[in-house]
Design a protein around this ligand. Structure first.
Ligand SMILES: NC(=O)C1=CN([C@@H]2O[C@H](COP(=O)(O)OP(=O)(O)OC[C@H]3O[C@@H](n4cnc5c(N)ncnc54)[C@H](O)[C@@H]3O)[C@@H](O)[C@H]2O)C=CC1
Ligand SMILES: O=C1[C@@H](O)[C@H](O)[C@@H](O)[C@H](O)[C@H]1O
Length: 339
């Protein structure tokens, strides 16, 4: 990157999230351009790159990071492909925005933590975009004022209209509750020490064999409890809500009452239908923050360590779902690199 040239980004994975991030880089935010795309599905990559000046198209993620003019990497391939893409970016010492999950399990996430330590500096921002959502940011700032006192409980609700066909019972935790795991650690500034999962009878709206909904209880090292209702086939809307209960007050986000209309003898509003609608602004702000910090030669936002901690908690959650009972979370020692 030279002078005021836009940051050249290689986008790895051009499916739903990748294509949306390409649009965002190309048309929404300033200071960056899509320099390359890679997808194992060449036609998809080609279609997403169409009309973007100077954007090279690849099927191999490492090859997409090689052309001159690639200054940074955005990973939006499926979770199991993240480790290889992250290590390829580290080979070139490129800054990375990696969609959640960092990797799908604790062992691979720890390998990424170790590889980043070998580089000797932080390179990765993990795509936990709720940290950029205006409502969550306001909640975090309110907690930091101390007015509400110490947090005691966080109640989270996370509902999707319908799950994708390949969704499994454990993915309700690893793919969906991973967001609440990060929100809990970030809002409370505490580590999660144990997980319990309860699964009521499945909803008739869930595909056969899918344990949906589930109720997850996270315990923290600060003595707080965070519970999560995860329901990925609720049928009616995309809802992400959180209420924090503290010693002297409570606060909640996600009520979705942005517009209330009075018409034909009724009042009411609409419910968002998916994450791209509910978190559109948060994704914009997340990407803008990443481009800005990268252009300044800095790294911010959720770290590789946060990605590892989330993976370890989710892994404990999957064991709690499969084996029952309360499963303790064992974290490796936190390297100095992550403060
Ligand atoms: N932050 C958020 O709210 C959300 C994050 N995500 C995350 O974004 C990532 C992508 O998810 P989606 O776009 O929904 O999936 P998707 O299935 O729509 O797209 C994935 C794309 O990656 C390609 N691909 C597969 N293996 C690859 C490899 N080794 N190298 C390059 N490309 C490869 C596929 O051909 C596909 O085009 C996942 O990590 C997912 O968890 C997804 C939805 C919301
Ligand atoms: O990250 C996401 C998806 O991968 C996940 O499957 C959904 O449940 C979440 O709501 C969405 O934010």
């Amino acid at each position: 990157m030279h002078g005021n040239d836009p940051l050249g980004i290689a986008v790895i994975g051009t499916g739903r999230m990748g294509a949306d991030h390409v649009r965002r880089i190309d048309r929404v935010i300033s200071g960056a351009r899509v320099a390359a795309v890679a997808d194992t599905d060449a036609e998809r990559a080609k279609a997403v790159a169409a009309g973007i000046d100077g954007c090279t198209v690849h099927t191999d993620p490492a090859a997409a990071m090689a052309p001159p003019g690639v200054d940074a990497v955005l990973i939006a391939s499926p979770g199991p492909a993240h480790e290889a893409a992250l290590l390829a970016a580290f080979e070139r010492d490129l800054p990375v925005l990696c969609e959640k999950p960092l990797t799908p399990d604790a062992a691979s996430a720890l390998r990424v933590v170790e590889a980043e330590q070998e580089l000797g500096h932080r390179r990765v921002q993990v795509g936990f975009m709720r940290r950029y959502d205006a409502e969550y940011v306001r909640l975090k700032k309110l907690l930091e004022t101390g007015q509400l006192g110490r947090p005691l409980m966080l109640h989270n609700r996370h509902r999707n209209v319908a799950s994708s066909p390949f969704f499994t019972s454990s993915m309700l935790i690893t793919d969906s509750v991973s967001h609440e795991v990060d929100v809990t650690r970030w809002l409370l500034g505490q580590e999660i020490t144990a997980v319990t999962v309860h699964a009521p009878g499945s909803s008739p709206g869930a595909p056969d064999g899918l344990r949906d909904p589930q109720f997850v209880v996270l315990e923290t090292d600060g003595g707080a409890l965070s519970d999560v209702e995860i329901f990925v086939n609720c049928g009616f809307g995309y809802q992400v809500q959180a209420e924090i209960v503290c010693e002297r007050g409570t606060a909640r986000v996600g009520d979705d009452h942005h517009l209330v209309a009075n018409v034909a003898g009724r009042w009411g509003g609409t419910i968002t239908q998916d994450w791209t609608e509910r978190f559109d602004q948060a994704y914009d702000d997340e990407l803008r923050a990443w481009v800005d910090t990268t252009c300044r030669g800095e790294v911010g936002g959720p770290s590789t360590w946060d990605g590892y901690a989330a993976a370890a908690v989710c892994e404990a959650g999957v064991r709690a779902l499969e084996e029952g009972g309360r499963v303790a979370v064992e974290l490796a020692e936190k390297p100095a690199l992550y403060g």
